[in-house]
Each structure stands twice: as structure tokens, then as C-alpha cells.
Design a protein around this ligand. Sequence first.
Ligand SMILES: Cc1cc2nc3c(=O)[nH]c(=O)nc-3n(C[C@H](O)[C@H](O)[C@H](O)COP(=O)(O)OP(=O)(O)OC[C@H]3O[C@@H](n4cnc5c(N)ncnc54)[C@H](O)[C@@H]3O)c2cc1C
Ligand code: HEM
Length: 399
Amino acid sequence: MVSEVSRPYIDASVPVLREHGLTITRTFYRNMFEAHPELKNLFNMGNQASGVQQQSLASAVFAYAANIDNAAALAPVVRRIVHKHVSVGITAEHYPIVGQHLLGAIQEVLGDAATPQLLYAWREAYSELATALIDAENAMYASANIYPGQLRDMRVTEVRDESEDIKAFVLEPVDGLAAPAFKPGQYVSVSVNFDDGTTQLRQYSLSDAPNGRTLRISIKRERRDENKPEGLVSNWLHDNAGKGTVIRMTHPFGDFTPDTESTSPIVLLSAGVGITPMISALNHIALVNPNRPVLFAHATRDSSYHAHRADVSQAKKTMPDLRVVTFYEDGNDCDGVTTLAGRMLLSKLPGWPHDEANVYLCGPVEFMQEQWSALTKAGVSAARLHREVFGPELLNYLN
Ligand SMILES: Cc1cc2nc3c(=O)[nH]c(=O)nc-3n(C[C@H](O)[C@H](O)[C@H](O)COP(=O)(O)OP(=O)(O)OC[C@H]3O[C@@H](n4cnc5c(N)ncnc54)[C@H](O)[C@@H]3O)c2cc1C
Ligand code: HEM
């Protein structure tokens, strides 16, 4: 608990953070990377360039300030951060560096308004949050039996063009031991060393059921356009990873884990490359629970962008209660029954018992906002809604 003395300063910070949160975290990252350029290898510099990571840390700090006495509200936020931190290899030694530069940035941006009492209160709050994160992260490293940042060499055994812009890579451990166990929905961080000496890590959801021998990831090529450069890691993998290439990756982590074991109905809604965790869940349900009622709905641009069709066709053969609906935004190749023209609309999906089914969402932010809002308006309780964001979670964008 933050002390009684500090508490009012934290409370008073909420509107201040709301106003200055983004500037503070931008200043923080700039100063920290200047003092510790080696940390750039840990962070996703694509997220830094596009600004989403700054927003994410700002919203985490704000959520913490706003909910300082509400552990229940903070728990899912902390859980997501812990999984992400463990996936990229954060250790206790990193926390003082971040703490020093975060407090320094608060001071720099707020100027005279950053009184010694306010800074003391935030030092205390940061240290409390850091301790909670460090403890949970250490416990997770121990339970996975790995050291922080541990990478494993995995050899590509198969590459498959899944769609116009998605390739699936099947990988087996080079050490000849079993592939790691994981829960459908979890991701690995892939580490790529570039010719200029930099390293970057990116998360990829596992796109097949766990089998103990191989892992599969499916990667969308992030192309350049007039406003943005091409994505570093996805293009490198598309261009360089072929059969026989060895790729380094972390143990699987992630807190988005569709409940594949229960027998109650389940709804899996995805768009674009957001299909990956859903295919892992579907393939696992097909193995462990094929009679389960499953609604699998997917939205994509057109049939040439429709990935993992073979997995869904295979699942249909063994799952009598699987209902599949696909939406093609451009309207071509639609049969009007299982493939519908336009964007995914809740009103066009077959119904399901709202009080029995959990609903899982993954796709672009706009897709998730639309679905989340339609689902809650239709009476689906927030407790039954779960989402995965393929980037830093912007904590309050959906609420
Ligand atoms: C939990 C999780 C699971 C994921 N699962 C998958 C998955 O299964 N499959 C998948 O394909 N992806 C997945 N992702 C996304 C993946 O991790 C990468 O973010 C994605 O591959 C892009 O990485 P990149 O290195 O190619 O692009 P980056 O180089 O990281 O660039 C990302 C974006 O930022 C833009 N950008 C870069 N620099 C600038 C700049 N200066 N100004 C403006 N824009 C800029 C790029 O154009 C690009 O659109 C997942 C992400 C998370 C967090
Ligand atoms: C109390 C302290 C911290 C808080 C509140 C915090 C918060 C966050 C949040 C909200 C995310 C995004 C999670 C998501 O994907 O949704 C994140 C990711 C991350 N954090 Fe932290 N963090 C803290 C400490 C640290 C430290 C000490 C380091 C190490 C230098 C660190 C490095 C990272 C990295 C590398 C990522 C992944 C993001 C990326 O790839 O760019 N964090 N953190």
C-alpha cells in the first residue's frame, strides 16, 4: 500500500497524468534510450516510431493511479504486462533504470508543479508496482523453467503461403527435444538480428494446436505505403525464412487463452491476421472436444486474403456443431450463406446463448471496437468478452 502521506498526491495526479501522460512517457523513452541505447534491442522500435507504446505505458500508469486501491481492476492489466515482460526477458535489474527515467520525465515535464512531495509519492507508487511486477515475473520464469531472455533455436520445416500476405511457418526445436507446451492463444517472441547489429523481438501467436513436436506461427507481411515504411521483422521473415532456416524464439506466454476445455458454447471472432489464435483454439477443440458448439466467424478483404481455410475445412469434418461464417469486405466470391459480403456484422451471425458462451475477439483495433460495442449493446456481459490486441494494449480504448 502507498502511504497515507503519499496517497493524496497520487489522487491529485490523476487529472495531471491525463493531461501530460503522453508527453511524460515520450520524454521518458527519449531520455532512457539516450542513456541506455542497449535497451532499444528489448523494445519494439516500430511501436516507438508509431507512438503506440508511449500511449500504452501512459495508460498503464494512469490506470494504476486511478485504481490504486482497487486490486481487482488492476489485476488483468498487471497480468497482461507480466506476460509481455516475461516474453521479452525483463529482469529486476531493469526496473531502477525505468524508475529513474520515469520520475525524471515527470519532473522535466511538470516543472515546478512536480513538488518534492509529489515526486516522493510517485517514487513510492512506482516501487510498489515494480515489486508486484518483479515478483510475478520471477514466478513465471521459474514455472516455465527458463532464465530471462532465454531463446531457443527452432528450424523451419515447412513454409506455406496461407494468403496474399500471410505465410505460415512450421518449426521444430533444433535440440531435438519436445516443443514447448502452451495454451491456444499464447504467443512466442521471435528475435531477429539485423545486419546493422540491431536486434528486434516481435510477438507471434501460435497458430496450431499444441502437439509437443512442432510450433506454427503465421505472419502477415506489413507492407510499406505512402505513410509508413515496411515492417522490419515480418518482411525479414517473409524474405529470408525458408525450409531449414533457424529462427530464435522465446518460450510461449500470453494471458489471452480461449477456454478450449469446457463443453459450453464458444464464439471465436477474428479479422485479418487476428485469425491465428482462433485457429489454434479451433484445432485444439477439434482434438479434445469435437462435439462442442463453436461459432467461428472471420472477416477479411477477399478470398485471396483468406488464410487457414484448410484448417477450418478439416475442423468441419470432425465437429458436427461447428458453425462457420466468413465476411469478404470487397463482396466478391460470396455464396450468401457461409461467405457474406461486407464487414462482419453481429446481426448477420447465427445466434448463441449469451449467458453461456464466452466470446473471443482478435483483429485490428477498429474491428474490435465495432464488435465489442455491438456485443455489449446486444447484452453480452463484459465478463464474457475477451480480446487480444496485436500491439500494446491501449487499456481504456474499448471502455
Ligand atoms: C500478442 C501479439 C500477438 C501477435 N500475433 C501475430 C500473428 O500471429 N501474426 C502476425 O502477423 N502478427 C502478429 N503480431 C504482430 C507482430 O508482433 C508485429 O507487430 C508485426 O509482425 C509487425 O512487425 P514488423 O517488425 O514487421 O513491423 P514494425 O517494423 O514493428 O512496424 C510496425 C508498423 O509500424 C509502422 N511504422 C514503423 N515505423 C514507422 C514510422 N516511422 N512511422 C509510422 N509508422 C511506422 C510500420 O509501417 C508497420 O505498419 C502480434 C502482436 C502481439 C503483441
Ligand atoms: C512499473 C513499471 C512498468 C510498467 C507499468 C510497464 C508497463 C508496460 C506496458 C503497459 C506494456 C505494454 C503491454 C502490452 O503489450 O499491452 C509494457 C511492455 C513492455 N515493457 Fe514495460 N512496464 C514497466 C517496466 C518495464 C521495465 C523495467 C522494462 C525494461 C527496460 C520494460 C520493458 C518493456 C518492454 C520491452 C515491453 C514490450 C513493448 C515493446 O515491445 O515495445 N517495462 N510495459
